[in-house]
Write a protein that binds this ligand. Structure first.
Ligand code: HEC
Length: 240
């Protein structure tokens, strides 16, 4: 019997043992899994993961899927913006206020706390609650559908493929399908969410909010310089 079959058989046996343990009372415990050493479990698990195409090296997959190397200058701009409350018109929240790196770019809070927070990220964060828990963003670049109810989706079932477009609920609809990746399109939305980042005061629709965010980014010389290094046209005009 191969190690993997052994592993599966042992799992099955332990489940069966657990069931009979229920029947015979709480004091009897299954013993079959004790036969497995850590090395055997590692081996069997490694085999199953390889079988399903898991490499454990998501970073090296990225340039292959993008069809180009990752540009560290763009990655830096993205990182800086992710942590910058400049994107939140209420001036008190950034993407990282909810998607915290120390929690896998997710949250320690059961339900997200957006605007009017106390400036703390983590278990001591306080403020009005939003409606849902903040999901982790690790590996989200590979998800063909985003959000808890999958409402942002790449029609081709591949977030790197915009050919059939992306579907969002209204008012965005399919209007963001020109973006190169589903995550690029997704990033248009959080700054427009009033209780997450935008606040209740700024007048105007989602496009007005975005225009104001872009105006604020343009007003920071460091961002302009960083964008201009990647997109030379920005040195003569504006970031759009
Ligand atoms: C107020 C907290 C909060 C802020 C600020 C916030 N998010 Fe989120 N984010 C959430 C919540 C909650 C969800 C899930 C919402 C849902 O499913 O309806 C989410 C979902 C996402 C997802 C989808 C993840 C998945 O696996 O489906 C991405 C990507 C994302 N956010 C990126 C961002 C970016 C980029 C920013 C900043 C521009 C940002 N978020 C700002 C709370 C926040």
């Amino acid at each position: 019997m191969s190690q993997v079959l052994f592993f599966r058989a042992a799992l099955l046996a332990s489940v069966t043992a657990a069931c009979s343990a229920d029947d015979s009372g709480p004091t009897s415990t299954p013993t079959v899994t004790e036969a497995l050493t850590d090395a055997q479990v590692d081996y069997a698990l490694g085999h199953v993961l390889t079988e399903h195409g898991f490499t454990g090296r998501m970073g090296t997959m990225l340039p292959l899927r993008l069809g180009r190397p990752v540009d560290p200058r763009l990655a830096d701009i993205g990182r800086l913006l992710f942590f910058d409350p400049l994107l939140g018109l209420n001036n008190d929240n950034s993407c990282s206020g909810c998607h915290a790196p120390q929690h896998g770019f997710g949250d320690s809070q059961s339900i997200a706390i957006g605007i009017e927070n106390n400036g703390i990220v983590g278990p001591d964060r306080a403020g009005p609650r939003n409606q849902r828990r903040t999901p982790q963003l690790l590996n989200a670049a590979y998800f063909p559908r985003l959000m808890w109810n999958s409402r942002f989706a790449a029609r081709k079932g591949d977030p790197f493929d915009r050919n059939a477009g992306y579907v969002f609920p209204d008012p965005e609809g399919t209007s963001l399908s020109y973006m190169p990746h589903l995550l690029n399109a997704q990033a248009f939305v959080p700054p427009t969410e009033r209780v997450e980042m935008a606040g209740l005061e700024f007048p105007g629709d989602n496009n007005a909010i975005r225009a104001e965010v872009v105006r604020r980014v343009n007003a920071v010389a460091d961002y302009k310089a960083r964008f201009a290094k990647v997109y030379p046209a920005v040195s003569k005009s504006a970031i759009t």
